[in-house]
Design a protein around this ligand. Structure first.
Ligand SMILES: Cc1cc2nc3c(=O)[nH]c(=O)nc-3n(C[C@H](O)[C@H](O)[C@H](O)COP(=O)(O)O)c2cc1C
Length: 167
């Protein structure tokens, strides 16, 4: 057991918190784009609030700030290639090229996602080298097919859900 507090160990420790994978998209006066994110969370039920942590240098952040809106797209297992595209530094304007999506509440909701939420930006809070964006939910949706599986992220790699040993 280590007991240090290095950034490397911090990454490893929180990397053991298995998560889904989201793409945060936005579109507005500052263009359109998106970024892959797993530092997201449901925050409040009354009102319905969600939060997303943006690296301060993420190019999606000024787009969200300008648009005052964003969409949280929760990826399905077969959408790993999309996670790669939106985690890349491809020119922001090209990220949505060829990615099937529809504008809902003015922000891009990707086709084939596990679930999605559109949010109005409520607040931006400084958090070290990241910025916490709090959004008020505008609309929500689920995949049309019940069998859609989630894309997961664990210990620095993409994973798939496995049936529970006791199931
Ligand atoms: C699985 C995964 C999760 C990520 N989670 C976040 C996150 O929560 N917040 C963040 O700012 N960047 C996150 N990133 C990194 C961004 O996707 C990456 O920096 C991206 O290039 C940002 O795009 P942009 O500069 O076009 O906004 C994650 C990357 C991966 C692969």
């Amino acid at each position: 057991m280590h007991g240090d507090s290095s950034p490397e160990l911090f990454r490893e420790v929180f990397g053991r918190f298995a998560t889904g994978v989201a793409v945060i998209t936005s579109a507005g006066a500052a263009g359109s784009g998106g970024m892959t994110a797993n530092a997201i969370c449901s925050l409040s039920l009354d009102p319905l609030l969600a939060l997303v942590c943006f690296e301060n240098g993420a190019r999606t952040l000024p787009i969200v700030r300008e648009a005052g809106r964003f969409a949280v797209n929760l990826l399905a297992a077969e959408q790993e290639p999309l996670a790669g595209v939106f985690a890349s530094k491809l020119p922001e304007a090209e990220k949505l090229d060829g990615v099937a999506h529809a504008l809902r509440d003015g922000v891009p909701v990707l086709d084939g996602v596990l679930a999605w939420a559109t949010c109005e930006l409520n607040e931006l809070i400084a958090g070290g080298d990241h910025t916490i964006a709090i959004g008020r939910v505008l609309s929500l949706g689920l995949a049309e097919h019940a069998g859609v599986q989630p894309l997961l992220w664990y210990a620095g790699g993409y994973r798939a859900l496995a049936p529970h040993a006791g199931a």
